[in-house]
Design a protein around this ligand. Structure first.
Ligand code: GRF
Length: 218
């Protein structure tokens, strides 16, 4: 397909979200394509997925750089040389500085395994269980300099069920991550996503969810 949005996908680990993006973008009619996969971890399991999908990958090992600025300068160069127009963070475990984030403003997205703005940061599932909330989920958002902040593009909610442990929750959420991340990329690539006053407006957005979901149901 002509005029596909070019993506750079940044990973640090197993890359299951990367795989969901590979599977989606392989479809000839999908409006985006992955031009480069970048890992800061030389041993990231996700790099194998790049090889299998025949997509070029680059390792930018953060430990080889003296400071964040020089690491990010190298990262920025790899992304720009690849021609990517949108950076997709998919389990990328390095905090990015304000300079980098500002340079890619509204062209840099992330997925987080909670319903933001609740449960920012690490160990979300443990904290969800501790708090006793009845729903959790995942969020795709534009990146801003503060961690797990930024205009929300799409969310999926999942129930917290009796007896759940953190692995149950992680698995239930991950399944939804693999649905909403490609969906968010598609909406952006179709030019249907706008940021206005730090809120996301999506043109012709459908509503697949019921107007209310109750958990538990007595
Ligand atoms: C996902 O849970 C994602 O929400 C978070 O990091 C994890 C990455 O998993 N940001 P994977 O590497 O995509 O399998």
């Amino acid at each position: 397909m002509a005029n596909q949005l070019k993506l750079a996908v940044l990973i640090s680990g197993r890359g299951s979200n990367l795989q969901a993006l590979i599977d989606a973008t392989i479809e000839p009619t999908f409006p985006a394509e992955i031009t480069r996969i970048i890992s800061n971890e030389p041993d990231a399991a996700g790099l194998e997925r790049a090889v299998e999908a025949d997509i070029s990958s680059t390792i930018v090992p953060h430990r080889d750089y003296l400071d964040r600025q020089s690491f990010e300068a190298a990262l920025d160069k790899v992304v720009r040389d690849s021609g990517a127009e949108l950076i997709v963070l998919a389990g990328f475990m390095r905090l990015l500085t304000r300079d980098f984030v500002d340079a890619w403003r509204d062209k840099l997205i992330n997925i987080h395994p909670s319903l933001l703005p609740s449960f920012k940061g690490m160990h979300t599932h443990e904290r969800v269980l501790e708090a006793g909330v009845r729903f959790t989920g995942c969020t795709v958002h534009y990146v801003r300099p503060e961690m797990d902040e930024g205009p929300i593009i799409i969310q999926a909610a999942v129930p917290v069920l009796p007896g759940d442990n953190k692995n149950d929750l992680a698995a239930r959420i991950l399944k939804q991550e693999h649905v909403i991340y490609p969906l968010a990329v598609r909406l952006i690539a179709e030019g249907r996503v706008r940021v206005q006053k730090e809120r996301v407006i999506i043109e012709d957005a459908g509503l697949s969810a019921p107007t209310s979901t109750i958990n538990p149901v007595p």
